[in-house]
Write a protein that binds this ligand. Structure first.
Ligand SMILES: C[S@@+](CC[C@H](N)C(=O)[O-])C[C@H]1O[C@@H](n2cnc3c(N)ncnc32)[C@H](O)[C@@H]1O
Length: 344
C-alpha cells in the first residue's frame, strides 16, 4: 500500500482555502444548531432511549461544547464569522431541516429515514449530493477526475458505479466527460444502488445528461451480497466507482475484495469518501447521524473513518490501495484507488 502525492493531486484542486473556510462557516452553523436542539430537549426532562439516539445526544453535546477556535485548527480566509455563501446553500438548508427535526427524533417520535429520505428531506437530499453544493462538490469532483484518468489508462469502456444514490457523482462525471475517452468505444456505464426508489428517480433526473457515446444502465446492486449472486461477472469492468458509499458495507473487507474481483486486468476501483480525523468533528455528522449507524461506529467518536482507519481497513482486507487525502486543513476528503491482484 502506498501514500503518494503526485503533482496532479485531484483532491487539492478542490479542497482549497475557500473550501476550508466554507467548512469552518458550516461548522459554526452546526454548533449553533446543536446548542438550540439541546436547549429544546433539555427543556423537557429527557434521556435518550436507545443506543442510536444516545449516540446522537452525546455527539450534540460535544458539538455544542466545542469552542470554535480550538475546535478548528484551520482558520480559512473568511474565518468562522463570515457569512455562509450561496454555494453552501444545499448543505445549510439540509442542516436546518435536520436540526428542526432533531428534538422529535431524540424523543423517538420520528426516524432518520423519515426525516431525510422522504418528502422535503428527500428533495434537499438530492440537492445536497449534487455538485451544485460547494460543500459536497469535492467528493464528486475528485472521483470524476480519477475515474476519467483510470478509464483513459485502461483504454476501457465498461464502468460500474455502486451506491449511486441521488446520482450526484454520476451527474458530475457525465458533465465532465471528455471526448477522448469515447474514442475507445461506446462506454457502458452501469449505475447501481440498493434503493429501487432512488434508482427510478435518479434515472429520471439524469435522463438528458449522458453524452452520445455513453450508455447508462440502471440496476440494483448490493455491496453486501456476492456479485455472482447478482448476475455480475468477475473481471467485467474497467473501472468501478463508489462515492461515499463503500462505508455502508456490513463487512468492508469482504466488499472491497468483491468489488476488486469485478475489475479487468489494468482496471481500478475508485473510492471517494468523506473522512474525519481522530477526535475531530465534521459538519456532515449533524445530518448523517440521523441514519442508522454501522455497529462499529458506536465504539468511535465519529461515524466517519479517519485516514488511519482506512489504511488499516485496506491492509486488513488485503487489497493494494493508493490513498490520497487533502494536504491542507483537517483531513476531510479521501480518494483511494484499488487495483486488481495480490495479495489475497
Ligand atoms: C450517502 S449516499 C452516496 C452518495 C451518492 N454518491 C449520491 O450522489 O447520492 C450512500 C448510498 O449508498 C447506498 N447504499 C447503502 N447501503 C448499500 C449497500 N449495501 N449496497 C449498495 N449501496 C448501498 C444508499 O442507498 C445510498 O444511496
Amino acid at each position: 500500500m502506498s501514500m503518494t502525492n503526485p503533482t496532479r493531486h485531484p483532491i487539492d484542486h478542490v479542497v482549497d482555502d475557500d473550501y476550508l473556510a466554507a467548512c469552518d462557516r458550516a461548522w459554526a452553523v452546526v454548533r449553533d444548531h446543536a446548542r438550540s436542539i439541546l436547549a429544546d430537549v433539555d427543556a423537557t426532562p429527557y434521556e435518550a432511549p436507545d443506543g442510536h439516539r444516545a449516540y446522537c445526544l452525546r455527539w450534540l453535546r460535544r458539538a455544542a461544547a466545542m469552542p470554535t477556535d480550538e475546535a478548528r485548527p484551520w482558520r480559512g480566509p473568511g474565518g468562522v464569522d463570515g457569512a455562509p455563501d450561496d454555494d453552501a446553500a444545499p448543505t445549510l438548508d439540509l442542516l436546518a431541516h435536520a436540526a428542526g427535526e432533531y428534538p422529535a427524533f431524540l424523543r423517538g417520535e420520528t426516524s432518520g429515514p423519515a426525516i431525510l429520505l422522504a418528502g422535503e428531506g428527500l428533495r434537499l437530499w438530492y440537492d445536497y449530493f449534487g455538485s451544485g453544493n460547494g460543500l459536497y462538490r469535492p467528493l464528486n469532483a475528485a472521483a470524476a477526475d480519477t475515474v476519467i484518468d483510470r478509464l483513459r489508462a485502461a483504454g476501457g469502456s465498461r464502468l460500474l458505479e455502486v451506491g449511486a444514490g441521488t446520482g450526484g457523482a454520476t451527474g458530475h462525471l457525465l458533465a465532465a466527460w471528455p471526448d477522448d475517452v469515447a474514442d475507445v468505444a461506446d462506454v457502458e456505464y452501469t449505475v447501481t444502488d440498493t434503493s429501487p426508489r432512488l434508482l427510478r428517480e435518479t434515472r429520471e433526473h439524469l435522463a438528458d445528461r449522458p453524452p452520445d457515446h455513453v450508455r447508462l444502465d440502471f440496476r440494483r446492486f448490493d455491496l453486501d451480497l456476492p456479485p455472482d449472486r447478482q448476475r455480475v461477472a468477475p473481471a467485467s469492468f474497467d473501472v468501478v466507482v463508489a462515492v461515499n458509499a463503500i462505508h455502508n458495507a456490513a463487512d468492508l473487507g469482504s466488499s472491497l475484495r468483491s468489488l476488486r474481483s469485478l475489475l479487468r486486468p489494468g482496471g481500478a476501483l475508485v473510492l471517494s469518501e468523506s473522512i474525519c480525523g481522530p477526535g475531530a468533528l465534521v459538519h456532515q455528522e449533524l445530518i448523517l447521524n440521523l441514519l442508522p449507524l454501522p455497529a462499529d461506529a458506536y465504539g468511535r467518536l465519529s461515524r466517519f473513518h479517519s485516514r488511519a482507519d482506512w489504511l488499516a481497513i485496506f491492509a486488513d482486507a488485503g487489497v493494494r490501495a493508493e490513498v490520497l487525502v487533502n494536504s491542507s486543513g483537517p483531513e476531510l476528503v479521501m480518494t483511494a484507488v484499488v487495483t486488481p491482484g495480490d495479495p489475497r
